[in-house]
Design a protein around this ligand. Structure first.
Ligand code: RIB
Ligand code: CA
Length: 326
């Protein structure tokens, strides 16, 4: 039985939810960041921590700065974190996102600077300075930064209200190998650390994001908003969609990462199950697979809310309404 996701597990609806977005932009990461920055009544973005993933760290960091400037949010702290997975060589996805990681629109080189602090130290220091259970982490890329912070400073665990991450797959199986989704595959050891941390986790897998497709009609609505942000989003989608349309024959690009932010804003758009999810780190054949006990056939202890469905029309209505605020 899938349960309708209700109000967020943490925090109350009157207060803003403090979040840190950990990201590897990536066009879909960019839309997630823009959605979060347009939702200032609900979300307080404490910072954006960048990780190597879709493209190397040097580029994900620059891309995050470009997105903040596009949003006219030079106040946002952007920090660079880990440039390689914990134990493996970096695998990137230029074949999907282009050589810059943000192909599509022509965005100016940023004049904003990265914060001098390393993103992992920022995660640790910020969590240590906040009340217990008050900060939600929103990983949109490989989990290297998050796992490194947990390993280096396990005392931060009680400070984390929830981790809401884009990653993994069950019914949808893999998108980078037959068994694994990209974010988990790039750093499976990091994912294993996060999934065994005991922190409340909500997983937004391909099972959900492959139902959040930017059809031509939906992208035309973005473009019709007419702002520089909205046109850039439409141009990102025009580029980003070609890979998935060719591979899956789908009618548009799956907007993976914005689903994480939409979950924070309107959890009732989603359904899922609280189940056990383990990460494959030994088999080269299924490395990075999220072994989700969806049918509860094991005695393994549930450790994650694993989402399975989305109200796609509701998601795009929310996203379009928020993009219209720029
Ligand atoms: O598999 C999709 C995920 O990998 C998304 O977060 C995308 O940005 C890439 O990081
Ligand atoms: Ca991403």
């Amino acid at each position: 039985m899938c349960q309708k996701c209700t109000v967020p597990q943490t925090g109350n609806l009157m207060q803003k939810r403090k979040i840190i977005i950990d990201t590897d932009p990536g066009q879909d990461d960019a839309v997630a960041i823009l959605l979060a920055l347009a939702s200032g009544e609900e979300l307080d973005v404490l910072g954006i921590t960048c990780v190597a993933g879709n493209v190397p760290l040097r580029l994900t960091s620059v891309n995050a700065l470009k997105i903040c400037e596009l949003a006219n949010r030079r106040d946002i702290k952007v920090l660079a974190g880990c440039d390689t997975p914990l134990k493996r060589h970096l695998v990137t996805a230029e074949h999907v996102h282009g050589k810059t990681g943000l192909d599509g629109p022509t965005l100016p080189e940023p004049t904003m600077q990265l914060q001098p602090q390393n993103a992992v130290d920022f995660l640790i220091d910020t969590l240590r300075s906040e009340p217990a259970g008050s900060v939600t982490l929103c990983p949109l890329g490989p989990l290297t930064n998050i796992a490194t912070a947990i390993e280096r400073a396990p005392d931060i665990l009680p400070k984390i209200a929830e981790i809401v991450l884009m990653g993994g797959a069950y019914f949808e199986v893999g998108n980078i190998t037959p068994a694994a989704e990209f974010n988990i595959y790039v750093d499976p050891e990091a994912a294993k650390i996060v999934f065994s941390s005991g922190v409340p986790i909500t997983v937004v897998p391909l099972d959900v994001t492959h139902k959040a497709l930017v059809t031509k009609e939906r992208n035309d609505k973005f473009r019709a908003l007419g702002s520089a942000v909205a046109i850039a989003v439409a141009e990102m989608t025009d580029f980003f969609e070609r890979f998935d349309k060719e591979k899956y024959g789908s009618e548009g690009a799956p907007l993976h990462d914005p689903c994480v932010i939409a979950y924070l804003l309107e959890p009732t758009l989603f359904t899922g199950r609280f189940i056990n999810v383990e990460i494959e780190t030994a088999s080269e054949l299924t490395l990075g697979m999220t072994v989700a006990d969806w049918w509860r056939v094991t005695e393994r202890t549930p450790n994650a809310m694993f989402l399975g469905d989305i109200d796609a029309d509701g998601f795009f209505a929310l996203l379009t309404e928020r993009l219209a605020r720029y």
